[in-house]
Design a protein around this ligand. Structure first.
Ligand code: SF4
Length: 680
């Protein structure tokens, strides 16, 4: 194994230990299992059973149920019995926070327990404590005393366990020593894992969840490396992004975090946490997982064949380039580039909208990409999520453009364009090398990273490298496209080539959900590596765009494909925190602890705050876990009792137990008092 995965250039699944959850096998190249969690009150047996059945019917292979105290843990028996009576044998998972005694009961009943090492033994007081090594060792002994009984019960009953670290709920001990870091998350889980191994208990999987995909990806990678370094083997990994939210944004955030790791061959089971009914999470999980199929030959997971029947293409240097890795996959650092006009350097990544398939572009078409024209005043209104460039193929536009929009065209059209401050050419690499006329400001150059291109011998490096007007547009038609582009990016870094790069990604999928996941996975993975100064999303064919299916099992409805594509590009940049263009919502998926209707409340809060660009608002169902898990939100709206809401600014309680009828108004007041409010 190199670094943190089996291959950085091909899809190769990470080898992990096999674990058994009831009759379900997980890890060791078994299919990537999909799962979800109920949102009903665990004491309501029938409601929980019926929701579990809806999840199972949707395809959930494991169902998690919260057990906040002993009585809920005990009621898991009734839930399990009723499910078995109705013919469902799907393994159940008890979700435990703060209550070892509930865990010890649940471990005797259900097939798996999930513990959070941040709060299994510790109560969070947000204290910064200076530990000596001896004091720290004493703390570990205290954990051992409290955790070992559960390990022994799991061993005796054949119960599996997930050690599930959450970025937002690290213990004071971990925070004091490691801070709010990926390493802290890893160490939090490793402390528990070492104790379990000491008891020769191995029926374990781990998770490193965060609402920030960047932190989450780094933590999983670091965990894999740490396990291999320390044990020489890896336990299966449960992937998830917490509090991802709902709708398109929730799906994009999840796809970026989970998809990036799946691309690296990491992940044995996944849960997509959406603020929606849990059965709606399963199709998203399935869309993520079906990108990797099981081989009928040996049952191992591999990349599906592409249209040409090939499994994968090499990106040239194969895995050799891992020994030439020029960036750290464990910490974010944006690739250093020089600025070409407003692309690269310190500029936020630009969005390029591909309108080349429209026969005759009019001002109305620009509305889909954020520019609304008012004929009476002859003025353009520009949205926060307005594309920076538009690619029109061979078409020159016959109307005056909004001030901030520029046009990319093929060289022949560019030659004819009168306003060379608005129009810029895009060349193939060989075309650029041969061109007589070039723009003095920006030349876009397409570089295809597909096939068996030897990066070592890429013939155009010399002509393109560090040319001050050249923006590279990287793409690949390989089935392992992300890895192929990443290999080229690595080569650019290694050779100190500092031209900015626009990532071009086309989708060959069918439904809006599939496209969304494809775009988020392929480009999101690269933005998380600090690679990319622009994004351009497109489709393999015109017919595919026209026939985009937005009915049936698809969740997302697409009325305007260009608007969908443009919004997706901005949402990817937002989720990777490379360009903030809207309010960010961190909302918990809800569970049996939830004290109000999360979906309805999230929609209400969203409706009145969605113009607050860059503000992060957390909407959390309960005060037990909510404050810990709302991560780096600026404001928090947290259920603190039936009909009661507690409002936070950062981690500080500002208003306690506000009546829920006026809580949204109070939240607005709080945002105003904090000078974070702007009028629409
Ligand atoms: S924050 Fe939300 S999902 Fe987490 S325990 Fe509370 S109600 Fe459940």
């Amino acid at each position: 194994m190199q670094l943190y995965c089996e291959s950085l250039t091909h899809y190769k699944r990470l080898a992990t230990r096999e674990v058994k959850i009831g009759d379900l096998l997980l890890g060791n190249f078994h299919p990537i299992r999909v799962q979800t969690m109920t949102t009903t009150d665990t004491m309501d047996t029938i409601a929980t059973v019926e929701q579990s059945i809806r999840c199972i019917e949707a395809g959930s292979e494991l169902v998690r149920i919260t057990a906040p105290s002993k009585k809920e843990a005990e009621n898991l028996l009734n839930i399990k019995n009723e499910l078995r009576k109705r013919g469902y044998s799907t393994p159940l998972v008890a979700d435990i926070h703060f209550t070892p005694n509930a865990a010890e009961i649940a471990a005797r009943i259900v097939e798996k327990v999930r513990v959070n090492p941040g709060n299994y033994v510790d109560k969070k007081k947000f204290e910064q404590i200076e530990y000596t090594d001896a004091e720290y060792a004493e703390e570990i002994d205290r954990i051992r005393d409290r955790f070992t009984p559960l390990v022994k019960i799991c061993k005796e009953y054949g119960t599996a366990m997930r050690i599930g670290t959450n970025h937002g709920s690290l213990s004071d001990r971990i925070m004091s020593r490691y801070g709010d870091t990926a390493m802290g998350m890893v160490e939090s889980a490793m402390e528990f894992l070492r104790i379990a191994r000491g008891e020769t208990y191995h029926n374990i999987m781990l998770s490193m969840k965060s609402s920030n995909p960047l932190v989450m990806v780094e933590a999983y990678r670091l965990l894999v490396k740490t396990m291999f370094d320390e044990f020489g083997e890896c336990y299966p990994l449960h992937l998830g992004v917490t509090e991802a939210g709902d709708g398109e944004d929730g799906r994009i955030k999840s796809a970026i975090g989970i998809g990036t790791l799946l691309e690296d061959g990491i992940g044995d089971t996944i849960r997509v946490s959406l603020t929606e009914d849990p059965e709606f999470e399963i199709p998203v999980c399935k869309d993520l997982v079906k990108r990797y199929e099981r081989s009928p030959k040996d049952g191992k997971t591999e990349r599906p064949k592409d249209a040409a029947g090939k499994r994968e293409n090499s990106s040239g240097l194969a895995d050799l380039w891992t020994s030439r890795l020029a960036y750290s996959p464990f910490e974010y650092k944006r690739r250093e580039t020089f600025a070409v006009d407003n692309i690269g350097g310190k500029h936020v990544p630009v969005v390029v909208a591909d309108l080349s398939k429209i026969e005759k572009i009019t001002p109305v078409h620009l509305q889909s990409i954020g520019y609304t024209y008012d004929g009476i005043t002859d003025k353009w209104t520009i949205a926060d999520a307005a594309a920076d460039y538009v690619f029109t193929g061979n078409q020159l536009l016959d109307f005056a453009l909004p001030g901030t929009l520029k046009v990319i065209v093929y060289p022949a059209a560019w030659e004819l364009a009168e306003d060379k401050t608005k129009y810029f050419p895009i060349y193939s690499d060989s075309g650029y090398a041969d061109a007589e006329n070039k723009s003095a400001r920006i030349n876009f150059v397409m570089v295809d990273c597909s096939g068996e291109m030897e990066l070592n011998n890429y013939p155009y490096f010399d002509q393109l490298a560090n040319e001050p007007s050249v923006v590279l547009c990287l793409s690949s038609t390989n089935s392992n496209a992300m890895q192929s582009v990443r290999a080229m990016m690595n080569e650019l870094i290694r050779r100190s080539v500092k031209n900015p790069v626009v990532l071009i990604t086309d989708s060959g999928w069918q439904t809006p959900d599939e496209h969304l996941i494809h775009f988020a996975t392929e480009t999101g993975a690269l933005f998380l590596e600090g690679m990319g100064d622009g994004i351009c999303l497109g489709y393999n064919s015109q017919a595919q765009m026209e026939n985009i299916q937005s009915s049936g099992r698809t969740y997302l409805e697409v009325k305007d494909i260009y608007q969908f594509t443009n919004n997706t590009a901005f949402s990817i940049l937002q989720a990777t925190r490379t360009r903030i263009s809207k309010t960010e919502y961190i909302s918990c998926p809800s569970c049996g602890r939830t004290l109000f209707d999360l979906q309805e409340t999230t929609a209400k809060i969203r409706a009145v705050t969605n113009h607050l660009k860059g503000v992060k608002i957390a909407i959390m169902g309960c005060i037990v876990n909510g404050p810990g898990e709302m991560a780096d939100a600026d404001f928090g709206y947290v259920g603190s009792g039936p009909g009661k809401i507690t409002l936070y600014r950062g981690k500080e309680v500002i208003k306690r137990n506000v009546n829920s009828e006026v809580a949204v108004d109070e939240l607005i007041n709080l945002i105003k008092e904090s000078d974070a409010w702007v009028e629409v």
